[in-house]
Design a binder for this molecule. Structure first.
Ligand code: ADP
Ligand code: MG
Length: 377
């Protein structure tokens, strides 16, 4: 049987053989006879799909457990003369069980006497190209979305400014207590909307940052102080400890404070969701090449199944109105800008822990200003 199959392959004219068999190393060559059985399989199949040629030889191509139907259609189109030369993409299963995307081109095959004897198909693995293509499509989609959002945000800014201005005016114009209360609610909500708009604008077009050398410990401390009132109101204690003599990092102080504020806000929201008091533990230190800051809370923590998504823009588990899902994606974008990184994980004792890392500024010795442990609440 095997001998017979090889016989068919031998019948292919030597000129054709020379052309096909020596085609680029990356192509797998298949010959399929008129009974739709593999009559030749090049050894490249080992690299591409983990099989030996013998595993396929003599088998019918419409045995579909290892590849999708496009390959069969391709063969039939070519052999029937519907197309003289054709190509398709199809899925093929690797010996290890995983599916790959392949591109096949086929043409008719004739024996020495010039009679049609089947089709010859050259195949290459395009899985990686396909993945890259999808990634490009995805990132272009994101860019387009960013532009659109930037536009909306600008449009929304004007009416919001008007709402805020007019409601302030009305409040000054001797309104009754009840009306004043309602006006203040109106303002509060409009301010919230304005904040969301600000975040969206930031997300779609991050401001040109001013870079300077910074002491991260000082910056975190300042952010904690800015937010101290709200934390106190939520019965949240801050346990802050920074290594003394932290080396400097480079960044825009406002952007980095925004990063820390986002992390603190998330921690606060997480704690409040789970209990009526809690602790945020903040630590700073450095390695040979970077300065790190960790923010650990004793809230409910992050479920492992959502962990891969939390840095995605618009991903939120908070109910509508509470979360925009932009906080962590902004953190990621800011840190990327300074060649740093941020990671989130579940803390060993429950709760969540976020680690921010930034490279030490070149020529970075300790920043003169403090850095010693200062409890901050
Ligand atoms: N400290 C935390 N504890 C638990 N979950 C968190 C914490 N920080 C972030 N998350 C999760 O990550 C999601 C995304 O956070 P973020 O990007 O800041 O958006 P938002 O806070 O608007 O939901 C949150 O909705 C929440 O599910
Ligand atoms: Mg948030």
């Amino acid at each position: 049987m095997l001998r017979e199959q090889y016989g068919t392959a031998r019948a292919i004219s030597s000129a054709t053989r020379a052309r096909w068999w020596t085609s680029p190393k990356s192509d797998l060559i298949l010959a399929v006879d008129l009974e739709e059985r593999y009559s030749f399989v090049s050894s490249r199949i080992r690299d591409l799909l983990g099989y030996r040629p013998e595993d396929l030889l003599g088998n019918k191509i419409d045995d579909l457990k290892d590849h999708s139907s496009e390959l069969v259609t391709l063969y039939r189109d070519v052999v029937s003369g519907k197309q003289l030369f054709a190509a398709c993409e199809y899925g093929a299963r690797h010996h290890d069980g995983s599916w790959r995307t392949m591109r096949a081109s086929a043409s008719r095959l004739f024996d020495a006497k010039g009679n049609l004897s089947g089709a010859i198909i050259s195949v290459r693995d395009i899985s990686i190209e396909k993945k890259l293509e999808q990634q490009i499509i995805q990132s272009e989609r994101m860019a387009a979305m960013g532009q659109m959002i930037g536009g909306f945000a600008h449009e929304l800014n004007n009416p919001l400014t008007a709402i805020l201005g007019v409601s302030e005016l009305l409040q000054d114009e001797g309104a009754s207590e009840a009306t004043k209360k309602q006006l203040s609610m109106l303002q509060q909500q409009a301010r919230r909307a304005a904040e969301i708009v600000q975040n969206l604008m930031y997300f779609s077009r991050p401001p040109a940052p001013g870079k300077s050398r910074l002491n991260l410990g000082e910056l975190v401390d300042r952010t904690l102080h800015l937010h101290a009132y709200s934390l106190r109101k939520s019965n949240i204690t801050v346990d802050f400890l920074s290594e003394s003599g932290l080396p400097p990092v480079v960044g825009d102080p406002h952007q980095l404070m925004q990063v820390f504020l986002n992390l603190i806000l998330n921690a606060e929201q997480a704690i409040r969701e789970a209990r009526d008091r809690g602790t945020i533990r903040v630590r700073l230190g450095h390695t040979d090449d970077s300065v790190w800051a960790t923010f650990q809370d004793d809230g409910p923590g992050i479920a492992p199944e959502i962990l891969p998504n939390i840095f995605d823009p618009f991903y939120t588990t908070k109910r509508p109105g509470r979360g925009t899902g932009l906080g962590l994606s902004i953190c990621k974008a800011v840190l990327k800008e300074y060649e740093g990184n941020i990671e989130g994980a579940s803390a060993p004792g429950g709760g969540a822990v976020f680690t921010v890392m930034l490279p030490i500024a070149s020529g970075g010795t300790a920043v003169a200003a403090e850095g010693t442990a200062t409890p901050s609440s």
